[in-house]
Design a protein around this ligand. Structure first.
Ligand code: MN
Ligand code: MN
Length: 470
């Protein structure tokens, strides 16, 4: 007997692989040489985080690394040509760095911010109370105040004394003293514990202990405060009035650490947005010859609304483009360059958190370990306070990433109507340039220890690097 051939036409099997989108762990594709590269990158990144805890330190470390790789100060160059590597520091608190390729009218911009939430000091911060010398702080950026008590803090200061400007850091080196804001004990905290988290520790209670030992053999009233001033004067030549104009910040003293048995994650202060700052810097240091102009834009004051002379809402980008256009003798206007530029707003997003699932829509959130997150929009309250990238631009970008196997994912910043957050994307888009939010997801954003996955950090770096050179 022979089988009777079926008269039915052969239909193509429905393939879930072809039709269904799946976001998978980026770790799956890591082995051998890539694993080594991920580790090496993470190691260099942690070193950077440990050295760059304020916007000034960030710019300082970047400038040093850029100069070592042949980047020259833009102001020192009369003319520019293809292959030039240039940078411009804006008052030591923001920075732009670029590599000029052949196509000098095509700019690819990656913009990150160098500032992170922290505790600054009030103009008259030092006082004595209960035998303690204390410093009164004024918080910077969006913090949950209860997170800043009972953790060791380090002090980062730029003070202008009679003898000149003094820059110093206390609490980062081994054996350095550190500082702390004392909370109250649970035994007496019945009233505190019944308050909302917002009220439990209030802004005016964020006062830092800086001394307890009084000046001896003195009839002065506030001998502990005096002893602190005496110490500061002997060490740095500063007097109390110098504190009024000083830039002094307190940040978590803890350095970056690996997290997990598998050491797959990193916990550290300031990863928003230094994860993106470092990825952009590392990309610039690695790129040999971009097609157009590869520009890293590192702005300050994002955490307080991007207002100010070193922030994304200032003209620092315009000024840079004007200077390059003139010195490179480009036959187009700065406005045309900016309008035709394409940009990545390099900033972090909050990842799915198993402890607080309620803040995210699980199907529309990025997860740690699934690659760099490409988000069409951020903001909140019905796409308010954001720039929504066009579908054309987003589609172009993710196809570019697919073509070189850079793992990406996409989501939104949290569940609808819970709040939201903006980035500098909306300020970049003002020029008419295509802009989209791209960065690694993290956990505990704006906390004293933010958590990232090493594989996402590596994919973020790869993404920025690829984007800036095509
Ligand atoms: Mn940010
Ligand atoms: Mn932030």
């Amino acid at each position: 007997m022979i089988p009777i051939p079926s008269k039915q036409k052969k239909t193509k099997k429905v393939s879930s692989q072809r039709l269904i989108y799946k976001s998978e762990s980026a770790w799956d594709s890591v082995s051998g040489a890539t694993a080594q590269a991920v580790d090496t990158y993470a190691g260099q990144y942690k070193k950077f985080l440990g050295q760059a805890k304020t916007e000034r330190e960030c710019v300082q470390v970047m400038e040093k690394q850029l100069r070592q790789q042949g980047f020259q100060s833009l102001s020192g160059k009369a003319t520019l040509r293809t292959g030039d590597r240039i940078y411009k520091s804006i008052k030591g608190r923001a920075l732009l760095a670029a590599i000029l390729g052949e196509a000098q009218k095509t700019w690819r911009i990656v913009g990150a911010h160098v500032d992170s939430p922290r505790l600054d000091l009030k103009p008259h911060p030092l006082f004595q109370d209960s035998q303690l010398a204390m410093l009164q702080t004024h918080y910077y950026g969006g913090i949950k105040k209860y997170q800043w008590v009972n953790i060791p803090l380090s002090m980062h200061a730029v003070v202008h004394t009679k003898q000149g400007t003094k820059t110093f850091v206390i609490g980062e080196k081994k054996d350095d003293p550190q500082f702390i804001i004392p909370d109250m004990p649970p035994h007496l905290g019945r009233e505190q514990m019944s308050k909302s988290a917002k009220e439990a520790v209030q802004a005016e209670q964020l006062r830092i202990v800086v001394g307890n030992r009084p000046i001896q053999n003195s009839k002065e009233k506030e001998r502990v405060k005096l002893a602190v001033l005496d110490w500061l004067h002997r060490k740095y030549g500063l007097v109390e009035r110098d504190l009024i104009s000083a830039d002094i910040s307190f940040v978590p003293a803890a350095g970056p650490v690996d997290i997990g048995f598998d050491q797959s994650c990193i916990a550290a202060y300031g990863q928003d947005d230094r994860a993106c700052v470092y990825a952009t810097l590392a990309a610039l240091l690695k790129i040999k010859q971009p097609k157009g102009v590869a520009l890293g834009l590192f702005v300050d004051k994002e955490e307080i609304g991007s207002f100010g002379d070193t922030a994304a809402q200032s003209r620092l980008l315009d000024n840079f483009v004007i200077e390059v256009q003139r010195k490179a003798k480009l036959r187009c206007t700065p406005a045309e360059i900016l309008e035709q530029a394409t940009a990545l707003s390099a900033d972090v997003t909050e990842a799915l958190n198993p402890n607080f699932k309620g803040i995210s829509d699980p199907r529309n959130s990025s997860a740690l370990g699934c690659g760099v997150s490409v988000e069409k929009y951020g903001g909140g309250g019905g796409k308010y306070s954001t720039n929504e990238a066009s579908g054309e631009y987003m589609n172009w970008l993710v196809r570019q990433l697919d073509s070189v196997r850079i793992q990406w994912q996409s989501g939104e910043f949290g569940r609808l109507d819970l709040g939201g957050g903006g980035t500098i994307a909306m300020y970049l888009s003002r020029y008419g340039m295509d802009t989209i939010d791209v960065g690694p997801p993290l956990l505990s954003m704006h906390s004293t220890q933010e958590i990232t996955s090493k594989i996402d950090l590596y994919n973020t770096y790869q993404c920025y690097r690829h984007f800036m050179q095509i």
